[in-house]
Design a binder for this molecule. Structure first.
Ligand code: HEM
Length: 410
């Protein structure tokens, strides 16, 4: 490894030249040092893993922690934002599986695993289809250009997760806004604290109501009932879990719907393939998940022991960012990664992470994406962007990549 002065280290996150592609530097870094050092916005130094196999190796290693309160946990935040993030996590945010390690992590995840099984999610198909049709009706009734994000991308996963969790959809303006502030790198520490507090109170009250009343037939209601039989979580941890599910359940899939729609509109040949043969959609969706790998820095960790990886030693207590986006563009594994190839068989991408924390909601996300793309392009064959794709407002400032607004004609 070439020794670099700490002042010369590249900064993370890195800027994109093309909104549809990862930062170009990833390719060079991966070729030279697939486990290299970067400087975070708060000045701390972390490791960055950019190779596909090395990423899976690290995420499957039991000697890493997801504890976001660890002083060296790499967060793409300034010092002020980091302080607010960690204070928020001391409230309820930490008390959910994404920030827990074994054995608590497994115990929490087990409480919810049956809710997100392939079979359980498949049984939701007719209802999700209804929701998608309703949202498309609303979009078609709107004045043109209509915003795809408002009418479809954000509406579908929000309606689905609200129904699933038993959260009132009428409250969406609140939780959409709080989520936006919490995942944006442009919001101040004070704004983050306020948003976290409001979200915390909103779901705290809802969980309390469900705990006090008759058991409700939704994921949170059933979690409360299950927890009464076999106590695993405290009240605060149930609130933390509800926050995690609500944020992860709408913001991620929403961005994939927007980016996937733009990608299909910009690649008419690929779009024609899925329109002609909808059995190609599942593999097309895996390819879109790989191509965009929208959740990049959530797969960060702190080493709990010295770990040898890709020719370097990650020391105990050092932070590591596993860039799924860089890994999913590793040309040793995905030939010509810049080509959107629906036939490549991309299912081994790491867009849903890897190892014990691999996305709990992935079956739901896949089903929503499949129904949305199939229905949208069947029902609205004239769909077109109202502005050039390059001019769309991409979420360059957010922890989850996506697009803020997508004006469309039909
Ligand atoms: C974890 C991505 C949709 C719930 C993760 C992780 C990634 C991810 C990369 C791993 C984080 C880590 O390693 O620390 C995505 C993407 C989605 C999506 C790209 C959509 C396209 C969803 C949905 C839900 C959900 C719809 C819920 C309903 C979760 C939960 C975890 C998680 C609960 C934490 C799992 C654990 O710590 O064991 N997701 N996600 N996600 N996701 Fe998703």
């Amino acid at each position: 490894m070439t020794e670099m002065l700490e002042t010369d280290l590249p900064s993370f996150p890195m800027a994109r030249e093309c909104p549809m592609h990862p930062p170009a530097e990833y390719r060079e870094i991966r070729a030279q040092e697939p486990v290299s050092r970067v400087r975070m916005p708060d000045g701390t130094i972390a490791w960055l893993v950019t190779g596909h196999e090395l990423s899976r190796q690290l995420l499957a290693d039991p000697r890493v922690s997801s504890d976001r309160l660890h002083p060296n946990f790499p967060l793409a935040l300034t010092t002020e934002q980091r302080k607010a993030f960690q204070d928020n996590n001391r409230l309820n945010f930490r008390k959910s599986m994404i920030g827990l390690d074994a054995p608590e992590h497994g115990a929490h995840r087990k409480m919810l695993i049956s809710e997100f099984s392939v079979r359980r999610i498949a049984s939701m198909r007719p209802r999700i289809q209804e929701i998608v049709d309703q949202c498309i009706d609303d979009m078609l009734a709107a004045e043109q250009p209509a915003d795809l994000v408002e009418h479809l991308s954000l509406a579908v996963p929000s309606l689905v997760i609200c129904e699933l969790l038993g959260v009132p959809y009428e409250q969406r303006h609140g939780f959409h806004e709080w989520t936006r502030k919490l995942i944006s790198r442009s919001t101040s520490g004070a704004e983050r604290r306020e948003a976290a507090e409001l979200l915390n109170d909103f779901l705290g009250d809802l969980v309390t109501q469900k705990e006090q009343g008759e058991p409700t037939d939704d994921v949170i209601g059933r979690l409360i009932a299950r927890n009464r039989e076999t106590p695993v979580m405290t009240h605060d941890e149930i609130v933390g879990t509800a926050i995690l599910l609500l944020i992860a359940g709408h913001e991620t899939t929403a961005n994939m719907i927007s980016l996937g729609t733009v990608a299909l509109l910009e690649n008419p040949e690929q779009k024609a393939q899925v329109v002609a043969d909808s059995s190609l959609l599942p593999s097309a969706i895996e390819e879109m998940l790989r191509y965009f790998t929208i959740v990049e820095s959530a797969t960060a960790r702190v080493a709990t022991a010295d770990i040898e990886l890709g020719g370097v030693t990650i020391r105990k207590d050092q932070g590591v960012i596993v860039s799924g986006l860089a890994a999913d563009w590793d040309s040793d594994v995905f030939e010509n990664p810049e080509q959107l190839d629906f036939h490549r068989g991309a299912r081994h991408h790491v867009a849903f992470g890897y190892g014990v924390h691999q996305c709990l909601g992935q079956n739901l996300a896949r089903l929503e994406l499949e129904i949305v793309f199939e229905t949208l392009f069947r029902r609205v064959p004239t769909l077109a962007l109202a502005v050039p794709a390059a001019d769309l407002p991409y979420k360059d400032d957010a922890g989850i990549y996506g697009i803020y607004r997508v004006p469309v004609h039909f």
